[in-house]
Ligand binder design. Structure first.
Ligand code: SAM
Ligand code: SF4
Ligand code: F3S
Length: 431
């Protein structure tokens, strides 16, 4: 029996798919090659409508497979909110499981084989009841430290798809970190929608970072995503001490105007954000800050957007994920605020923001030319399949050519020769 999992969305979803794959292999499934699989699972994202539309396109494509006997399952964030509606619309789906219902996978499969359907989208179970992951990347191990989000930012559907925060116990996290380090993984990425709110008994997130840092054999510890409202001085203290804690932090700002930040219910002001960013820049050697921005939130006027541009110039982020606002069901903004920034204006603002960021990134990346950085090799280069790629401590993508045996998973010393806005290119000078 063969399976294939198609994944949309964030690292949490990617990691969930790795865990689903582990379970499937435990039940005797093997990963399908190019042939039509016996089981096809789509792990879905609901954060923007575009991602949901991709699911529907995909379901249209696999209809014929279902007719020929492939079991089709839809899991993840869209599954959680759409539930039975998915099966009503696409009757050839066999099961629908929300992100906290994966422990029902075995039940779903045995029902599917009998031609029965299963829809589970409750909050009772959680992921950590499932024991392992079939990791896709041989260098970087994702470790889930929490589920859900309590923040209810007014634009965001995630609290409705992943539920309220649930923290994985400290010992369970540390056990998994030790296990993956023994298996040879060099980078650990601690995952949660809001890692700063993780807690366990009297331990807070910075205690967890300290405990993970003390496990020998890790090159870099990264954590994704941080929230400016809860990002604490103690985390900066730990980052300032350097490796193995990475100098990279992903700290989504979302907007630069206090009016919009308040309407988004983000819980911080532009001044507070700047204060944190300045502190990180001052205290963390080689600090690198990534962010997310939404343009065109309801009520965003030109002067609000200008404030976003200003803060981008002040912080000089090292990377940016940017989106135009998309009203989402269940959310406060989706239900009660008029999506009143015209599409054209959103588009124009997004382009202006991205152009500015491109310039900043190019300038920053050019400072790397001539320097030697350590790169953890993660795979083949996206642009040139003969070359390899990896990331340095600051989370920059570095491409390089390599003649020897497959270097994936190794740490190489790379001298940077060229810089683009989104990546660096270099020559390997040592291992
Ligand atoms: N937990 C993280 C945080 O607090 O920023 C990120 C969560 S979300 C999965 C990833 C990004 O999607 C957000 O940072 C936001 O920029 C974007 N996003 C979420 N809802 C959106 C919406 N309705 N329209 C456009 N972008 C959205
Ligand atoms: Fe969504 Fe806000 Fe939670 Fe991030 S912190 S997942 S943006 S509700
Ligand atoms: Fe998407 Fe769910 Fe992640 S909505 S961004 S897959 S938490």
């Amino acid at each position: 029996m063969t399976y294939r999992i198609y994944t949309f969305g964030c690292q949490m979803n990617e990691h969930d798919s790795e865990r689903l794959a582990f379970e499937l292999e435990k039940f005797g499934y093997t990963k399908a090659g190019n042939e039509i699989p016996d089981l096809f699972i789509i792990n879905t994202c609901a954060v923007r409508d575009k991602a949901v539309q991709k699911l529907y396109t995909m379901l249209g494509r696999v209809r014929e497979w279902a007719r020929r006997g492939t079991i089709i399952g839809v899991v993840g964030c869209v599954a959680q909110v759409e539930k039975e509606r998915l099966i009503k619309r696409f009757p050839y789906i066999s099961f629908v499981l929300g992100p906290r219902s994966y422990p029902y996978l075995l039940e779903a499969l045995s029902k599917a084989k009998k031609g029965e359907k299963l829809v589970k989208a409750d909050w009772r179970k959680n992921w950590w009841e499932i024991g392992g992951a079939r990791r896709e990347n041989p260098a970087v191990a994702y470790i889930s430290i929490m589920e859900g989000c309590n923040n209810f930012c007014t634009y965001c559907i995630v609290p409705f798809t992943r539920g309220r925060e649930l923290y994985r116990p400290l010992s369970s996290i540390l056990d998994e970190v030790r296990r993956v380090v023994d298996q040879g993984y060099k980078e650990i990425q601690l995952l949660g929608q809001n890692v700063d709110s993780w807690k366990c008994d009297n331990y807070r997130f910075w205690h967890l970072l300290e405990r993970v840092r003390n496990i020998r054999g890790i090159k870099w510890i990264r954590f994704i995503t941080s929230h400016p409202k809860e990002f604490s001085k103690e985390i900066i203290d730990i980052m300032a001490e350097g490796e193995p804690v990475s100098p990279y932090v992903h700290l989504p700002i979302q907007a630069g105007s206090n009016k919009i930040l308040a309407a988004m219910r983000r819980g911080y002001t532009r001044e507070k954000f700047l204060e944190i960013a300045i502190e990180i820049r001052k205290r963390v050697p080689n600090s690198s800050i990534g962010t997310d921005v939404i343009v065109g939130f309801p009520g965003e006027e030109e002067k609000d957007f200008v404030q976003t541009l200003e803060i981008m110039k002040a912080v000089r982020f090292d990377n940016l994920y940017s989106f135009h606002y998309n009203p989402r069901p269940f959310t406060y903004a989706g239900r009660f605020l008029k999506d009143n920034v015209p599409k054209e204006v959103k588009r124009k603002r997004l382009i202006e923001l991205q152009e500015l960021q491109k310039e900043i990134q190019l300038e920053k990346n050019r400072n790397f030319v001539g320097k030697t950085v350590e790169v953890l090799v993660t795979g083949r280069s996206a642009k040139d399949k003969r070359a390899f790629m990896g990331r340095d401590a600051t989370f920059r993508v570095v491409n390089f050519e390599y003649e020897g045996e497959n270097p994936i998973g190794k740490i190489l010393e790379v001298k940077i020769k060229e810089a683009g806005p989104h990546s660096l290119k270099g020559e390997v000078i040592g291992e």
